[in-house]
Design a protein around this ligand. Structure first.
Ligand code: FES
Ligand code: FES
Length: 206
């Protein structure tokens, strides 16, 4: 008597696939789209707009069968301690935005995706981009301190009213130094979009 085994590919998630090919940087927390630990970047070519759209997605919920024609970048794809850190990785580390590190790949990929779409984000953009990423260690402040160095200075010191608005709105002197004592922004690797991975040309179809 034999038994039949089959794999229901329709329900295989992107997370399972990235692990299957040995990419273990993407983490698995809740398995239900709630924690953001499994965030990766999915990119697609839009033939109507003739442009590439980058989107941060939770790999645990993304069926692999939905990714025909899409390019996926995991945290391993943007930089590493063995080669060279990406500016997003360097800044979260230097700001002490990583403690146990479990949320860090997801945080990094959410921020990386934002920067691919908008290299000079506002604080509001950053808050929105990280809204789906949970951290149980840092309290978020150091993560934001590291990532807000990507903002235009005029937009993001948060020394204003209730520490959520820019001090310039209240007529104070703008001073980022209070927020960045752990590091000097000038020492960071600059963000250089020309060094980012290109979208695979073979996936550009009209
Ligand atoms: Fe929590 Fe995917 S594992 S969102
Ligand atoms: Fe531990 Fe964020 S550093 S969960």
């Amino acid at each position: 008597m034999g038994s039949n085994m089959y794999i229901d590919l329709y329900h295989v998630s992107l997370y399972v696939c990235v692990c299957a090919v040995g990419l273990t940087g993407t983490k698995y927390g809740c398995g239900g789209g709630g924690c953001g630990a499994c965030t990766v970047m999915v990119s697609r070519y839009d033939p109507v707009e003739e442009s590439i759209h980058h989107c941060a997605v939770t790999a645990c919920l993304q069926p692999i069968c939905s990714l025909y024609g899409a390019a996926v970048v995991t945290v391993e794809g943007i930089g590493s301690t063995r080669t060279k850190l990406h500016p997003v990785q360097e800044r979260i580390a230097m700001a002490h935005g990583s403690q146990c590190g479990f949320c860090t790949p997801g945080m990094v990929m959410s921020m990386y995706t934002l920067l691919r779409n908008k290299p000079k984000p506002s604080m509001e953009d950053i808050r929105e981009a990280l809204a789906g990423n949970l951290c149980r260690c840092t309290g978020y402040r150091p993560i934001i301190d590291g990532f807000k160095t990507f903002c235009n200075k005029e937009q993001c010191c948060q020394n204003g009213e209730q520490r959520v608005k820019c001090c310039l709105e209240n007529g104070f002197t703008h001073n980022l130094d209070d927020n960045v004592k752990l590091f000097r922004v000038e020492d960071f690797i600059p963000l250089d979009p020309t060094q980012d991975l290109i979208f695979p040309p073979e996936l550009i179809v009209s």
